[in-house]
Write a protein that binds this ligand. Structure first.
Ligand code: FMN
Length: 357
């Protein structure tokens, strides 16, 4: 723990930003209060919604926290492919007694307005997903006193992150729950994601900036593993999704450890960009045909996901989860941080004595 990032918080544990109402202020506050780094997710929120969440979080904790932004995506969708997918989903809309969403209802997720919020009211840490912001922007954030992080899924992407001037890189392995933060969505590379330990080693030999490791981490022993491999901290999503403070639905939380869900898969079925979720009916039936079209498919399926959630139907929801989902523990977030820290200490002791066995 020697980087400026981990000087901000005592334990090398970052709670992943989770858009879609999961990483709410109460979750982020509990993690930051316990000595980890809590995160808010600006994705799918309005600028004012983000501002209000930051205000609420500040009222709950004076400790450092982060805010995550999705980078706007270039237009790359084939409208005809989106139409074909919409046709395929017509039966789902009839089943859930709703309409499909408008795929063209917004491309940039209010990015500029949210940036303005973060420049006017600087926060301790900002991270970016789905691409690299300009050097100028990263510099403006630094001058505002904000530490910047950008996700990378390959050593080449990590190099681009360092070149742009970010303070640290999030190395996201293929095990990770939710969206892969690949900088450009290239369908030809589907399924070629890199496992976390290998990725950390590759990134470590490519860049000099600190690394935050993400993907499939559920136990303190795994945190010890990524630190030993060259990371400065670990970012955990699925582990915190299961906590009582997380805003995920009860159905989503229960599914994580339900033996009905035996595996996860990367899919474009719900959003048009590869994201890892529990394999359920919707993913199985539509994943193989879903086109590369983000955020069009996200908007198209929004009413279906909402209707499925309202009906408590896990088979129609986007059950984002990393490969470690079965190891999720229903502990309060602050207690989870404490348990992870204890497991990490035990793993270090075991390592110093020549390994666990
Ligand atoms: C429900 C969910 C939502 C997510 N939303 C975001 C997000 O808004 N921004 C982001 O950078 N990463 C997001 N991620 C990815 C996490 O940052 C992180 O890479 C991932 O959770 C790590 O893998 P794990 O879930 O196995 O711990 C999300 C992950 C999950 C599970």
């Amino acid at each position: 723990m020697s980087s400026a990032l981990t000087d901000l918080f005592p334990h090398p544990i970052v709670q992943a930003p989770m858009a879609g109402g999961v990483s709410v202020p109460t979750l982020a506050a509990a993690v930051s209060e316990a000595g980890g780094l809590g995160f808010l997710a600006a994705g799918y929120k309005t600028a004012d919604g983000l501002y209000q969440e930051i205000k609420q979080l500040r009222s709950l904790t004076a400790r450092p926290f982060g805010v995550n932004l999705f980078m706007p995506q270039p237009e790359y969708a084939d409208p005809a492919a989106v139409d074909v997918y919409a046709h395929q989903l017509a039966g789902e809309a009839a089943w859930y007694e709703t309409e499909l969403g408008d795929p063209e209802c917004g491309r940039d997720d209010g990015y500029e307005a949210k940036l303005a919020v973060l420049l006017d009211n600087p926060v301790p840490v900002v991270s970016f997903h789905f691409g690299v912001p300009s050097p100028d922007l990263l510099d403006s954030l630094r001058r505002a006193g904000t530490f910047t992080l950008v996700t990378a899924t390959t050593a080449e992407e990590a190099f681009a992150v360092e070149q742009a001037g970010a303070d640290a890189v999030i190395a996201q392995g293929v095990e990770a729950g939710g969206h892969q933060g690949t900088h450009r969505d290239i369908p030809e590379t589907d399924g070629s994601g890199i496992g976390l330990l290998s990725l950390i080693a590759q990134v470590r030999e490519t860049v000099g900036i600190p690394i935050v490791a993400a993907g499939g981490i559920m136990r303190g022993g795994q945190i010890a593993g990524v630190l030993a491999a060259g990371a400065s901290a670990a970012q955990l999503g699925t582990a915190f999704l299961a906590t009582p403070e997380s805003g995920a639905s009860a159905v989503h939380k229960q599914a994580l450890t339900n033996p009905l869900y035996v595996r996860t898969e990367l899919t474009r079925a719900f959003s048009g960009r590869p994201a890892r979720g529990l394999v359920n009916r919707f993913l199985r039936e539509h994943g193989p045909y879903a086109p590369a079209a983000y955020p069009e498919i996200h908007h198209l399926t929004a009413p279906l996901r909402k209707a499925a959630a309202k009906a408590g139907d896990a088979q129609g929801m986007a059950l984002w989860a990393g490969q470690g989902h079965r190891m999720a523990r229903e502990l309060p977030a602050g207690q989870l941080v404490e348990v992870l820290v204890a497991e990490l200490a035990a793993a270090w002791t075991a390592l110093s004595q020549g390994g666990a066995r």
